[in-house]
Design a protein around this ligand. Structure first.
Ligand SMILES: *Cc1c(COP(=O)(O)O)cnc(C)c1O
Length: 373
């Protein structure tokens, strides 16, 4: 490997995951969700790979994320759905970014920006269906739909889509949200809106709740080859994890039985041991909560992390002997478990969190190297 630390992103995996998911789900449209720097994988190369694999929409949270994709020359449809109260709707409309909007105030601001530009804004109305986050609440549907119709009639915007998001809490909760969403779509149509893109499902519902698929699904975690389910691995779902996180052995050290290791001496060597120093720490997104609890792979064998994860480094125990590990060898923290490496989900389990958080939090100090582009 080339770097001290690196996240290798396999763009062939992104492409094949998207192709596989599209076939599986069968909706007319599929959105690749590339918010948060594509869950840490690098937004621009991932967006291109997802489009090459069959996605026809890109989804992000913030307008700034959408504009960065446009600046890189990506001209596919992009939806942005979470806005600062002073978000620059003008820049978004001018760059042909579709706005996911959640209130009458946002609709009015989008219309004002469109008027100023002499353009028309493309809008997806987001409905609140039980997540209690953004989205128009059922009690405001009539008012907001009427305003949208009026703004359509004067040519300032078009409601091209209606969307919501599920809590994935339980089958009963999701069924209630689905029914609420169906009421909302029907009410929008009855009010005179003609959305062509109706979308509710993210990865979980896309795979396990066919009734939630409508005309488009929004695929995030599965695009990256990770499973959103506790009872199914990536391989079970036919997905390939795209990110491999690696570092190089910075030091190999022999310690005597009883030696304390890392802050707080959470671990002491039970026997004379060979330790390896790995130059990634919580500044790089390695969860401190995984201290003493995770595994890494060196030369095809897995070894346990011992002691506290520090800001820049952690320690791995090779055991009583030294199986031949040397300074400069590659340490795989996680990758595709079919190679014998731990998975991002293993790290999530070790840290008491979810795989989404493990990949998304990999820090700026870790260069992303994209392969198979
Ligand atoms: C992040 C997000 C998604 C993607 O969810 P996954 O579980 O990663 O597939 C879809 N829709 C919305 C609104 C989101 O915020």
């Amino acid at each position: 490997m080339s770097g001290f630390r690196e996240a290798v992103i396999d763009l062939a995996a992104i492409r094949s995951n998207m192709t596989h998911l599209r076939e599986l789900v069968g909706t007319p449209h599929a959105m690749a969700v590339v918010k948060a720097n594509a869950y840490g994988h690098g937004a621009v190369p991932v967006a291109r790979a997802a489009l090459a694999g069959g996605a026809d929409w890109l989804g992000v949270a913030d307008i700034d994320e959408a504009l960065q994709l446009r600046d890189a020359g990506i001209d596919a449809p992009i939806l942005a759905w979470l806005h600062d109260p002073d978000a620059d709707f003008s820049a978004a409309i001018d760059d042909d970014v579709t706005l996911g909007l959640s209130s009458a105030l946002q609709l009015q601001r989008a219309a004002d920006a469109a008027k100023e530009l002499g353009q028309s804004a493309s809008v997806h109305l987001k409905l609140e269906t039980g997540l209690s986050r953004n989205g128009v609440h059922e009690s405001d549907w009539a008012e907001v739909f009427a305003l949208a119709v009026a703004l359509e009639q004067v040519g300032l915007l078009r409601v091209d889509g209606v969307m919501s998001h599920l809590a994935n809490a339980s089958a009963i909760d999701d069924q209630q949200a689905l029914e609420c969403f169906e009421r909302g779509v029907a009410a929008a149509r009855a009010a005179g809106l003609t959305p062509t893109l109706v979308h509710l499902a993210s990865s979980e519902a896309a795979l396990r709740l066919p009734a939630a698929r409508f005309s488009m699904v929004r695929l995030g975690i599965t695009l990256y080859g990770l499973s959103p389910f506790e009872d199914a691995t990536s391989a079970d779902l036919g997905l390939v994890p795209a990110m491999t996180l690696r570092g190089r052995v910075a030091l190999v050290r022999r310690v005597s039985a009883g030696a304390g290791v890392s802050y707080d001496y959470l671990w002491r060597a039970p026997e004379d041991s060979t330790l390896v120093l790995v130059p990634l720490g919580y500044a790089d997104g390695i969860p401190r909560q995984a201290s003493g609890n995770a595994l890494v792979q060196i030369q095809g064998t897995t070894y346990p992390l011992v002691g506290r994860v520090a800001m820049d480094q952690f320690v791995v125990n090779l055991g009583a002997g030294n199986p031949g590990v040397a300074v400069g060898d590659t340490v795989v923290l996680f990758g595709d478990p079919s190679t014998g490496a731990p998975s991002a989900t293993d790290w999530a389990d070790a840290a008491g969190t979810i795989n989404y958080e493990i990949v998304t939090r990999i820090g700026h100090r870790v260069p992303r190297r994209h392969i198979h582009g």
